[in-house]
Design a protein around this ligand. Structure first.
Ligand code: FAD
Length: 288
């Protein structure tokens, strides 16, 4: 099913993300975790894509298996900046052959040594190839606090508008820990005449190492209240896990109370975390 159709439904949608393994011998572990998450009956699940394309076939395989065997609508990601056009086109045809109807179109991070190929510069360049390759629903990424490489938030928003106009059906945000950043962003998005649904991306932080790495990579701001929780519980893993789940739950409840309809959880192959979040939210989502 196309995610654009799912997003038209009344009520709140909840989706989860998994990532593929680096080597094939870990596929079973990842599939098992993804299947556990699928049991929660999310509105859809996404599978990330290695920027260099090294694990592209794993992304496709996980998405295919989950969709066929568990009946979950899947959203495989596709990055372009480190790939040749031939490889990207091949992946689009694999997704089509596997019956996948949705693709998350991304640029990918530019490796420190620079990009080996120059077929694509921006995610926008990928949209036309996806449209040409089949009748896909296309998602794109957006950054409430601005993309780290953008000269300004205004410039980033202008580029986002170009990307959406090229044929993006919905957007998912980078993780954020301060809902005010999201509300401010949404105001600017609608002012910029971008009208596609925007899914709020929430990352439940369940260990301090993961938080430091995620924040380093994304440049996301950390509110004082959140930092205090991480600092205080850093050496108490069970307490930190619980605090991280409660923080993410509260963030989501506040978003829903402000009329946000679509929540995407970066569940990081952790079925227990996805389960706890889903359980906390069930009465809230069920009431909508
Ligand atoms: P773009 O939309 O191309 O934007 C990148 C930068 O270029 C921005 O600064 C933008 O302002 C600028 N720009 C865009 N168009 C133009 C233009 N025409 N002229 C000038 N400047 C322009 N990475 C992975 O490797 N695999 C994944 O699976 C993955 N999934 C992600 C999912 C989400 C929801 C998010 C938010 C990010 C994800 N990423 C993933 C990370 C992403 O690849 C990086 O953040 C990357 O740096 C930017 O990708 P993008 O698609 O947003 O790029």
């Amino acid at each position: 099913m196309k995610i654009s159709e799912i997003l038209k439904r009344d009520g709140v949608t909840l989706s989860f993300e998994v990532f593929p393994p680096k080597t094939h011998d870990k596929m079973d572990v990842v599939i098992e975790a993804a299947e556990e998450i699928a049991k929660l009956k999310p509105d859809f699940m996404s599978v990330t894509y290695g920027a260099g394309g090294g694990t592209s076939e794993y992304t496709a395989e996980i998405a295919k298996r989950l969709q066929e065997e568990k009946g979950v609508t899947m959203l495989p990601h596709l990055t372009c900046v480190s790939s040749t056009r031939d490889h990207v086109k091949k992946m689009i045809s694999v997704y089509k052959e596997y019956g996948l109807e949705n693709i998350m179109a991304l640029r990918g991070d530019i490796p420190p040594e620079g990009t080996p190929n120059h077929d694509y510069k921006y995610a926008t360049d990928l949209i036309a190839d996806i449209r040409e390759g089949g009748d896909f629903c296309i998602g794109g990424a957006c950054y409430p606090e601005g993309h780290p490489q953008a000269p300004s938030r205004a410039e980033d928003l202008k580029n986002l508008k170009t990307k959406v106009d090229a044929g993006v059906d919905f957007l998912t945000t980078q993780m954020f820990f301060d809902n005010e950043e999201f509300f401010d962003f949404m105001y600017r998005v609608r002012e910029a005449d971008i009208s596609v649904p925007v899914l709020a991306g929430i990352m439940p932080i369940t260990n301090a190492k993961m938080m430091k790495r995620s924040i380093e990579m994304s440049g996301t701001k950390t509110p004082r209240r959140f930092l205090q929780i991480i600092d205080f519980f850093e050496d108490r893993p069970d307490a930190l896990r619980q605090a991280g789940i409660i923080y993410a739950t509260e963030q989501i409840i506040d978003l829903i109370a402000h009329g946000v309809k679509n929540i995407h959880v970066y569940s990081m192959n952790k079925p227990d975390v996805a389960r706890d979040i889903e359980k906390n939210l069930a009465p809230v989502i069920g009431s909508m």
